[in-house]
Design a protein around this ligand. Structure first.
Ligand SMILES: C[S@@+](CC[C@H](N)C(=O)[O-])C[C@H]1O[C@@H](n2cnc3c(N)ncnc32)[C@H](O)[C@@H]1O
Length: 280
């Protein structure tokens, strides 16, 4: 049967890819390939995902204010949900240059002045933290780099902080180390500053037999999925990791649940919410 052959070929391919990717975990060529293929996939799928998360994003991001950092903004889909009159400066940390042109265009359309810096920039610009909420011109800075990596870009993220708010939408699934990323987020936030997050997590295998099946399916498919999906992990307990940090004073979070939803219930359940850093 053709379908049996097809299933066997796909399974074989997934197993080979899993073997290659686990042997070459931090291989930068694989990561570059993965970012490249992902930028195409995300161009097609991000507007659909945006539509699905529209109500959540409106609810969550309307409050964001002050000096803001967004990690992994992609094509800038968060920008249309912000009230930019509340924002003094918006720094975007996006490691994949494939997203930058559309991200900058989105920033300009939303009324920001846009400046872009990557590691090849001859000079890092002067930092101006004095922009206030009443300034009519709001500045958006696009940095090309990874959170938590020790580069000059990292220095620039620190110099532009500390931040009143940090936004992470479907990003912590793709970072190399979630714990390290949260530690960095906590360092970058002001006392009382907020992390706004929307993140997909691994399926809770204790819920039912079907959940258990999808939990192990996520484990199996993640290496191959990540190779084409910008290092995305379907099998991370991201929300558990976020809430395990004692530096949060308060956490409000909701799990999205849609009746009959295969993706939201089994493949990529999503938590969204906000954590406030202790003031002392
Ligand atoms: C699934 S996309 C989400 C894009 C965007 N936040 C959205 O919701 O449309 C994941 C994004 O995280 C970025 N990313 C991956 N690892 C990162 C890291 N270590 N630091 C910052 N961004 C990262 C990717 O380049 C990509 O833009």
């Amino acid at each position: 049967m053709v379908s049996n052959k097809l299933i066997a070929s796909v399974l074989g391919l997934v197993i080979v890819i899993n073997y290659i990717t686990t042997k070459n975990k931090s291989n930068t060529i694989l990561r570059k390939f993965s970012d490249f293929t992902f930028s195409f996939a995300w161009r097609i799928s991000s507007s659909k995902i945006d539509q699905r998360l529209k109500i959540v994003k409106e609810r969550l991001f309307g409050d964001v204010n002050g000096n803001v950092l967004e990690i992994g903004p992609g094509y800038g889909s968060t920008l249309k949900f912000l009230d930019i009159s509340k924002i003094s400066k918006y720094t975007c940390l996006e490691p994949s240059a494939h997203f930058h042109d559309k991200l900058k265009k989105e920033g300009l359309e939303r009324g920001f002045t846009v400046e872009s810096i990557d590691k090849n920039s001859p000079k890092f610009p002067e930092v101006n933290n004095s922009a206030s909420k009443t300034d009519s011109v709001r500045h958006m800075l696009v940095l090309c780099g990874f959170l938590s990596s020790q580069t000059e870009i990292q220095k620039s993220i620190v110099d532009n902080g500390p931040y009143d708010a940090i936004i992470s939408t479907l990003v912590l699934c793709s970072v190399d180390d979630v714990e390290e990323s949260i530690k960095t987020v906590l360092k970058l936030l002001k006392p009382g500053g907020k992390l706004y997050f929307i993140e997909h997590v691994s399926t809770d295998k204790r819920e039912s037999f079907v959940h258990k099946f999808f939990h192990y399916f996520q484990e199996f498919i993640t290496p191959a999925w990540g190779l084409f999906g910008g290092n995305c992990h379907l099998n991370r307990e991201t929300f558990e990791i976020i809430k395990s940090f004692p530096e949060w004073e308060s956490i409000t979070a909701t799990k999205i649940s849609e009746e009959g939803g295969l993706v939201s219930n089994y493949l990529a359940p999503i938590y969204y919410g906000c954590c406030s850093k202790r003031k002392d």
